[in-house]
Design a protein around this ligand. Sequence first.
Ligand SMILES: O=C(O)C(=O)C[C@]1(C(=O)O)C=C[C@@H](O)C=C1
Length: 429
Amino acid sequence: MKSIKSTQAVPALSRSTYRYPPPSAPAVCSYRSDSVRYPNAVGSSKCDWQSSCAVLSSKILSQDMSQPVDPSPGLGSPSAVNGHQSVPSSSDNLEIVPIKGTENLSPAVLPQPPKPLTITDLSPAPMHGSRLRVAYQGVPGAYSEAAAGKAYPNCEAIPCDQFEVAFQAVELWIADRAVLPVENSLGGSIHRNYDLLLRHRLHIVGEVQLPVHHCLLALPGARLEYLSRVISHPQALAQCEHTLTKLAPRAAREAVDDTAGAAEYIAANNLRDTAAIASARAAELYGLQVLADGIQDDSGNVTRFVMLAREPIIPRIDRPFKTSIVFAHDKGTSVLFKVLSAFAFRNISLTKIESRPHRNRPIRLVDDANVGTAKHFEYMFYVDFEASLADVRAQNALSDVQEFTSFLRVLGSYPMDMTPWTPSPGGRL
Ligand SMILES: O=C(O)C(=O)C[C@]1(C(=O)O)C=C[C@@H](O)C=C1
């Protein structure tokens, strides 16, 4: 089963709901680092690197300890990375990558240039005077809908049939925010959303961590022992893998677009031999019974969602903030250690690191006449670290990262979810 067509009263937005230019090239500002611009840039030999580490650490100590916060973003300042500062001079070597496919569009639908931030950017109030409209992937009863409600209580949750549609709903002002899953404590990263973060120009403005409590749902009267199939979102299937093997060892597993959509599909097609992994709310909405409750493999099953908006929020230092970046280097992965050390030297903790294929240039060939051709895979690195962009340590770290990399983008600097830990009951039957 490839996808489920939604039949609920509130239809999910789909890609055909509206017209939009095809996914753009990365809408980014990229910086080139080279030894001309940065005479002190770290060289490629081990010796260069070791001495640079020493220089770097002394530079950091003197900068971080003795310098007050510099409120004016200068050359190489990380606050310049997403273009929210005055237009850089050409000597800054800033490239703004044009968005492909938008050349013939009317100005009304073209992406707007960055606007100066105002005090109202701190407030999530919708511009149209009604409830905040929040796009999520799935149908009512999906965990993403619950995450939207946790992130923005009293919001109007707008179902979308694909992640990409949720991004576009915000870009086209159909929604004010999108709330999308990026990782789960058991199932790992939701790679599609990492790739989409890079292809779209939305900003991460917050995060929510949602305890995910799965149920096995079936039509009233259906019996566990007669199940031949269990359908759900691939993440949900992964999160219940062991428990499901014990509960329904003979049932085949099939992936569908979202958990609540799986429940809806069973109800709409009167499937007596099929169960869905979904929420208790999905059971209520689609008239299914709960065959088993709390079937996630671990009671601490949590999915982390990010909130996305057209504009970034102003980073602050009066509460815990996290910053998400993505970077790459045209000479390969060897920069990773240097980049990570820029954070280590400043005692900035990383909370997440993820690598994804560099889709524009997935393979780099290194020819050696004597031994042949090495084919290195190229990656984009996504890093989350525990500091606000308003923190001078983060600014200095990003300034160094910028020197070590050929591409750097700040995806967002946003308040950390600090809600108290409440694991769901259940797990490990
Ligand atoms: O299918 C849903 O209900 C979703 O909201 C998607 C999703 C995900 O993509 O990870 C969200 C939370 C759970 O981890 C399982 C599935």
